[in-house]
Design a protein around this ligand. Structure first.
Ligand code: GLA
Length: 715
């Protein structure tokens, strides 16, 4: 494999609209890291944390874009919203050009009217700041705010989500419009929530424009203090990259061979912080005028450019957008993974499903429509996993523009459509399920999720192209989903004491704090299970002194003399204490036991006769290591072994049956049962069906494809 010579070393430079040789003290860059980190140091829960004020019902509705329609349609929309039980709509997300037609000149007549109509109908508003699409006048006046790709392409207007997050003109303009909106609508009776921007980091996560380079230098100066520290952290003695002045440092733009991985990793951190500073700027402007909680819509497991653990501390309520990868047969499992991660970002508190789709999206290679009942199954899975709101993109399908083939609550086919009927049914089901609002999901098993580790692992020149963090995260999650085990996600430095088992399927980068936290967890009686290529580097993508896995050697009780990746398609056999003969692929290690016991060994392959799976008793707990890729039933077997060793009972799973329990403060248990299979299954719980109010016996059934929400008899 050679990844040299990717892209052209002669990539065109950005269009320089101004001089980039300014020192790092340039005021233009001040906000990017400082605001983010100052704020991160503040208390982690906002005084406004809690829930959306107003109705105690589950929130139901979606994005609403009335600017695309004449006034008479608004009136029809509102009638139909009432018919469907809609109680929250997100308004104004793409309306900057309308409300600020010329710089500094506001025209709120459209929003005034729409918000008054909605208030009159008792429909609450999640008011968007429109800063994901700066107007045409902005681009004409401030072309230097356009983002530049890593390859050096300056992106043009005509789309959305494109701006350099480090542009001072953008920062000023976005704060100004957010402030004007908050001043005008901070006490409007319809407004119950603020929705800042839209999906930060998509489609542009990193920008290589001149402002970003200045911001990056500033961020680095904050992080390292001196060039000496930076040179050491980045290992610039390798390939002769030593820096003598701050303004010699550039963004890690496309180069002849691969760029310095520590530089790239820091640029990712900087880019996430720069976007976060944009959010914080708008949020704080809103807070000066408006009392409602403030959110911005995440894309939990599907936004590669933002570290949501940091972001989650800054929002009053976590909200998330999720779209199925429609062609995947297991798309409902991936949905559950995304929802569990979102709940974990929210610290277990209720969260908002800000967007999903009623049926097909329009941006995948083949946009597969949802089958009958899938809409309810998808929505209820989010609710089961802690969402107290079910919102869609969007209320009425657009007739023009980029998303005219996207489904909506009200499709082009109108109210006689199946989609509309299912939307109305869902509104009624959620209305009947209000009592579960505020209850919490309980999990005794966690999976470690480190965005920084994923950023680092996905850089070039790793020991095998088959090392893919996402693939392992999905595999372990799927095994646990199939076994009916509900999981939380945790940051490596989180308090793990409440979990019986913590899985770390892919934790390539682990800093000192994280590794000592994992050690402490095991010492205190926890069971940790780590998969291959974990604990390999520290925070600057540097290998700690000595054998791999330096950050986990002690807790795992082993060292790795050499990585032994497998050839494409090759497999290795495992044997040992487990009854089944398992098959590994992709990876193996030359393991030296340093206290751990081998519970399974390789029967063939490059590590034949050597340990494949180990367990190390350490303190009051134990740490497992799995040195190869297991899939399907073999991986489930491994997961069951680990869970059983920690005393976590695994019930025989029913294929396709998703069952998650939420527990209210008073101990009332609500179990959401979703049958993804075509055949019926028994619910296994006694209680009351919230939709019908009828009693439910344990042997009552949930039909193939159906959902039930059951308030359990036992507390
Ligand atoms: C994203 C955006 C929405 C819309 C949907 C379509 O989530 O936030 O504005 O484009 O995708 O799926």
């Amino acid at each position: 494999m050679s990844t040299q010579h990717t892209g052209s070393p002669l990539a065109a430079p950005a269009e320089h609209a101004f001089d980039v040789s300014d020192p790092v003290t340039d005021a233009a860059t001040d906000a990017s890291s400082a605001a983010a980190r100052d704020s991160a140091a503040a208390p982690t829960t906002s005084a406004r944390s809690g829930w959306i004020p107003g109705t105690s019902a589950i929130r139901f509705g979606g994005d609403y874009n009335p600017e695309q329609w004449p006034r008479e349609t608004w009136l029809e929309d509102i009638e139909l919203m009432r018919e469907a039980g809609v109680n929250l709509v997100s308004v104004g997300i793409f309306s900057w050009a309308l409300i600020e037609p010329r710089e500094g000149e506001y025209d709120f007549s459209f929003l005034d009217e729409v918000l008054d109509l909605l208030a009159g109908a008792g429909i609450d508003v999640d008011l968007g700041t429109p800063t994901t699409v700066p107007p045409a006048w902005f681009w004409k006046k401030y072309p230097q705010s356009r983002p530049v790709t890593r390859e050096g392409v300056t992106l043009g207007f005509g789309s959305r989500g494109l701006v350099s997050p480090s542009s001072p003109e953008y920062r000023a303009a976005s704060v100004a419009v957010a402030s004007a909106l908050a001043e005008r609508y901070g006490s409007h009776p319809a407004v119950v929530l603020w929705h800042v921007h839209n999906e930060y980091g998509a489609p542009i996560g990193e920008s290589y424009d001149d402002y970003s380079v200045l911001g990056f230098r500033r961020w680095l100066q904050d992080r390292y203090g001196s060039l000496e520290q930076l040179n050491s952290a980045w290992g610039t003695s390798f390939w002769g990259q030593r820096y003598g002045e701050w303004d010699e440092i550039d963004a890690p733009r496309q180069s002849a061979s691969i760029s310095n991985p520590a530089q790239r990793l820091d640029f990712k951190r900087f880019s996430s912080d720069a976007l976060l500073a944009c959010f914080i700027g708008e949020r704080d402007a809103i807070r000066r005028h408006a009392p409602q909680p403030i959110t911005t819509n995440f894309m939990a497991t599907s936004c590669p450019s933002v570290d949501y653990w940091t972001w989650a501390r800054e929002v009053d309520i976590v909200s998330n957008d999720h779209y199925l990868t429609a062609e995947r047969d297991d798309n409902h499992v991936m949905l559950a993974m995304d929802a569990d991660f979102t709940r974990s970002l929210a610290g277990g508190r209720p969260w908002i499903l800000m967007e999903h789709s009623t049926s097909a999206v329009n941006w995948q290679p083949r946009n597969i429509a949802k089958r009958s009942g899938e809409l309810a199954r998808n929505s209820l899975s989010h609710v089961a996993r802690g969402s107290d709101a079910v919102l869609f993109f969007q209320f009425r399908a657009s007739r023009f523009g980029a998303e005219k083939f996207h489904s909506a609550m009200l499709p082009h086919a109108g109210t006689s459509s199946r989609t509309w009927r299912e939307v109305v049914q869902l509104g009624s089901l959620l209305g009947a399920a209000s009592s579960l609002r505020g209850s919490r999901v309980e999990a005794s098993v966690a999976i470690v999720w480190s965005t920084e580790s994923f950023w680092a692992q996905d850089l070039e020149w790793r020991p095998s192209v088959d090392l893919a963090h996402r693939e392992r995260m999905e595999a372990f999650y799927t095994a646990l989903w199939n076994l009916g085990v509900t999981v939380d996600y945790v940051h490596p430095s989180a308090d793990l004491s409440g979990y019986a088992v913590v899985f770390a399927p892919s934790l390539y980068l682990l800093d000192d704090e994280g590794s000592s936290n994992l050690r402490g967890y095991v010492a205190g009686g926890g069971t940790l299970a780590v998969s291959y290529f974990s604990g390999i580097v520290s925070s600057n993508d540097d290998v700690p002194a000595g054998a791999y896995p330096g950050q986990l050697r002690e807790v795992l009780g082993l060292s790795i003399e050499e990585f032994l990746p497998l050839k494409s398609g090759d497999t290795v056999g495992l044997s040992g204490a487990t009854d089944a003969a398992w098959t590994g692929s992709v990876w193996s290690d030359a393991i030296v036991l340093e206290g751990a016991t081998a519970v399974s060994s390789y029967v063939d392959g490059p590590a034949a006769g050597q340990p494949a799976i180990t367990v190390n008793d350490s303190g009051d707990g134990s740490a497992w290591y799995l040195s190869t890729r297991l899939d399907g039933a073999d991986l489930e077997g491994f997961v069951v072994d680990v869970l059983t060793s920690a005393g976590v009972a695994v019930q025989p799973p029913v294929v396709g049956l998703e069952r998650v329990t939420r527990v209210a403060d008073d101990g009332t248990r609500y179990t959401v049962v979703i049958n993804h299979a075509e055949t019926s299954a028994s619910v296994g719980i006694e209680g009351t069906d919230l939709a019908t109010g009828e009693p439910v016996a344990a042997d009552a059934v949930v039909a193939g494809g159906a959902v039930r929400i059951i308030r359990e008899s036992r507390h």
